[in-house]
Ligand binder design. Structure first.
Ligand SMILES: [Ca+2]
Ligand SMILES: [Ca+2]
Length: 406
């Protein structure tokens, strides 16, 4: 449906370094985060068998420990089939533990930490012998607590593989601690809610929607859909947002960015410390194959959005943009990390960060340049202690974790 489907997803973070705090103390309040020296995550990636394992998800538990999930294509058919988990204990990462339940597809995984020390994993899985091996037929959920994973539970079993043709999802906790999961179906998006230890019925939430993103708190959802086409225009993929009403149902979709010349990809949401909502996504113009532009819009309430503004930083080399990730640091400031490929789409990718301040976005700053060349993935997550973690792939094929103090 969208290019986003074919774009590899991205990743997450962690590492320790005592000098980061000292550096931060001397930095001005609007400075970009100072990251610790990256530490390789050897246990996790030493356990993979495929050629190009990916960081699938990152979360930081209530104790401040980062948890990373890796999606591995062990049988080399181009589709991830194994999910491996590791978490950081002291200065080291734990041994890798397998999370999925079958040899077939395992994809779209997200991790959500709760306030009681638990970490929730949700993902698409191939569970039945009759389902084509590169297709999903179920959404699964496991909870990590006290150092061990609980048994998998089925969020939703699809009638057949055609019911789950895509594999993006997002999950977030609401104010009452219930886990909301928005996932893709053949008819668009659907939401399931986990409360009191069981999953409710999946409810349709976005016709023709794809690549959902939930804001923390689960009160706002962003996704792409053919809004212009549905209203008589020429087809494209546009960014839509829905805000949740007090009764738990969703308001009508609000178009944040509609342009029949463009295809929007991978919207991300974050809520700044002042309560302002921010959406960032990638744009591909008609005729282009890959995203070349970073876009941003903001809203005070999730319903009235500013016009979209292009924020592609001119000082970054290259054209293709990849894996935008929004996070909010311990002081409530919005941080954007992303990857950019070399001119013409050739050459090694590089990782960058930009911070949104009162005067707008900062210039972009290259991340982890001391490691030399980068690779295509980076992901961030923040713990309750305000520490930001990043996990990324370097040009040597190794995954690293780093952290930044608030
Ligand atoms: Ca595979
Ligand atoms: Ca599997």
């Amino acid at each position: 449906m969208t290019l986003a489907r074919s774009l590899p997803l991205l990743l997450l973070a962690a590492a320790a370094c005592g000098t980061a705090e000292a550096r931060d103390a001397a930095r001005p309040a609007d400075a970009l985060p100072a990251w610790s020296a990256p530490v390789p995550i050897t246990s996790l990636f030493g356990a993979t068998r495929g050629r190009d394992p990916r960081i699938a998800a990152l979360a930081v538990d209530a104790g401040g420990r980062p948890h990373a999930l890796v999606a591995d294509d062990a049988d080399g058919d181009g589709v991830a089939d194994v999910l491996l988990h590791a978490w950081m204990q002291g200065a080291d990462w734990s041994a890798a533990e397998r999370l999925d339940v079958s040899p077939g597809l395992s994809d779209g995984a997200r991790l959500v930490a709760d306030g009681a020390g638990g970490v929730h994993a949700v993902w698409y899985e191939h569970t039945r012998p009759g389902t084509p091996p590169r297709s999903a037929d179920a959404l699964l959920h496991r909870v990590w607590r006290g150092g061990a994973w609980g048994a998998p539970s089925v969020v939703r079993a699809a009638a057949d593989s055609l019911d789950m043709p895509l594999t993006h999802l997002d999950a977030a906790l609401d104010a009452r601690g219930r886990l909301h999961l928005v996932h893709e179906t053949a008819a668009g998006l659907a939401e399931s809610v986990w409360a009191h230890g069981r999953w409710g019925e999946a409810v349709p939430t976005g016709r023709d929607g794809a690549t959902p993103a939930l804001a923390p708190g689960a009160g706002v959802m962003a996704y792409v859909a053919g809004w212009a086409e549905a209203h008589g225009g020429r087809g494209s993929s546009d960014v839509l947002v829905r805000a949740r009403r007090a009764d738990g149902t969703w308001d009508e979709p609000v178009p944040v960015h509609v342009d029949p010349r463009e295809y929007s990809h991978l919207p991300q949401l974050a809520t700044a410390g002042d309560g302002t909502l921010h959406a960032v996504w990638l744009e591909t113009r008609g005729g282009e194959v890959t995203p070349r532009r970073l876009m941003h819009a903001r809203a005070a309430d999730g319903r009235r959005w500013s016009p979209a503004v292009e924020i592609t930083p001119p000082q970054t080399e290259g054209q293709i943009l990849y894996s935008p990730r929004l996070s909010v640091d311990g002081r409530g400031r919005v941080l954007l990390v992303f990857t950019r490929f070399g001119d013409g789409g050739v050459g090694r990718p590089t990782h960058w960060q930009m911070r949104l301040g009162a005067e707008g976005w900062s210039p972009a700053e290259r991340l982890f340049a001391a490691l030399g060349e980068s690779d295509s993935e980076i992901e961030t997550a923040r713990g309750a202690d305000g520490v930001l973690w990043a996990v990324f792939k370097s040009g040597d094929g190794v995954y690293y974790a780093a952290r930044a103090r608030p």
